[in-house]
Design a protein around this ligand. Structure first.
Ligand SMILES: [Zn+2]
Length: 390
């Protein structure tokens, strides 16, 4: 990965030279995305580790539970009825599976908030057609303000991952596939998209690309990134040590924005998703290596959560009532759980620290403050559905 690092440093230097005092560049060329080790050498910690929480969280509701029979679109809420199959098109694969005026996001057809009228038309998550979840679930789709990202056709081979094509088709300055493969290309290209979108506004904000030409801006707090490290519990610092040191200590010396963590989080979700999609079809190639493709997103679930606790405590006027921050955190958390839950079952992605870190997140005593913050912010139905704690 040395060449990636060298190229990253070069790119960063070029960006600095090119932009000078002009528009802010927010391209963060970072160090290696993933760790890889020879097969068989990545192994979870032995039994007796101090955390005894669930090893893996419950997966999001399975398609089988939601693939309701239908004969007309109206029975599928925002999804279309696949008449040939006699079932609602869930999870959706693209816009063709969704009703006009909605988009397919994370497998669920969602209303587009800026065109929705004042009365929410979007069913709560857990839908369509599913029995209502107990209590009141949080639905980010009702609050999330999306922004379109310009389409830029890409002639490359998606190699089993529609999300790779999606990402690579939303900037002209895409990372070369030959430099690290599809996972790295997706990760670094997402940073590029985030930077380009960030440069379209003079606001002090961050941008996170989601999918299908849609992403979201979030205003930055005044808090500086370096303060966040103290809010990550000691056990999590240890488990996520390499990325904790890289992003919360080393990078925090030069990058001050707290939501740089969302930039990275979105990039890690993206590269993990690409790898999982590739693994589904047998496209993933790592030779004789195991690769921690889904560990990065779990690290950033933790770092991002710690950042939210920090801003809630230190900058309450920014945090409270900030519906866009709340919605963007939620969509990152939901997509993390979706792709982690599937990806951690891929043998080549197992054996690093993600499972133990997730157990620490959901059940360790020292993470109780973050769990309490999430419960208060979203409600226990949401935390139970997503993480298995209430
Ligand atoms: Zn990165």
């Amino acid at each position: 990965m040395g060449s990636r690092v060298a190229r990253g440093v070069l790119l960063l230097a070029l960006v600095i030279v090119q932009t000078g005092c002009g528009p802010r560049s927010r391209y963060h060329a970072d160090a290696p995305v993933n760790q890889q080790v020879p097969w068989g050498s990545a192994a979870p910690r032995p039994p007796g580790a101090p955390y005894s929480g669930p090893v893996a969280p419950p997966p999001l509701p399975a398609a089988a539970a939601w693939g309701l029979s239908c004969s007309a679109d109206s029975q599928c809420l925002l999804h279309r009825c696949n008449a040939a199959a006699g079932r609602c098109s869930f999870p959706c694969q693209g816009p063709a599976d969704c009703a006009t005026g909605s988009i397919c996001m994370l497998g669920v057809c969602a209303g587009i908030p800026w065109t929705a009228n004042a009365t929410p038309q979007v069913p709560p998550q857990g839908a369509p057609g599913a029995p209502p979840l107990p209590g009141v679930d949080y639905d980010y789709r009702l609050a999330l303000k999306l922004s379109p990202v310009p389409f830029s056709p890409w002639a490359g081979d998606e190699l089993g991952s529609p999300h790779l094509r999606d990402v690579m088709s939303h900037t002209q300055d895409r990372w070369p596939m030959q430099n690290g493969g599809p996972s790295t290309a997706a990760h670094e290209t997402l940073h590029q998209i985030h930077a380009e979108m960030g440069n379209t506004t003079s606001e002090h904000d961050a941008f996170v690309y989601l999918e299908q030409g849609q992403g979201a801006f979030v205003a930055e707090p005044d808090l500086v990134l370096a303060r966040v490290r103290d809010w990550v519990p000691a056990g999590a610092r240890e488990l996520a040590n390499s990325r904790y040191r890289l992003y919360l200590i080393e990078q925090a010396k030069s990058f001050t924005e707290v939501l740089y963590l969302f930039d990275e989080w979105g990039a890690y979700v993206g590269n993990g998703r690409v790898s999982v999609e590739q693994a589904r079809g047998g496209w993933y190639q790592a030779g004789n290596y195991q690769v921690d493709e889904v560990d990065g997103m779990v690290d950033f679930l933790y770092f991002g959560s710690a950042a939210m606790l920090a801003v809630r405590q230190l900058e309450p006027a920014y945090f409270h009532g900030n519906e866009q921050l709340k919605a963007v955190f939620a969509v990152l958390a939901e997509s993390t759980m979706r792709w982690y839950s599937e990806g951690i079952r891929v043998p080549g992605f197992q054996g690093f620290h993600a499972e133990e870190l997730m157990a620490h997140f959901t059940s360790s005593p020292e993470n109780a403050p973050i769990r309490a913050m999430l419960r208060e912010w979203y409600g226990s139905t949401w935390t139970q559905r997503l993480f298995g704690f209430s």
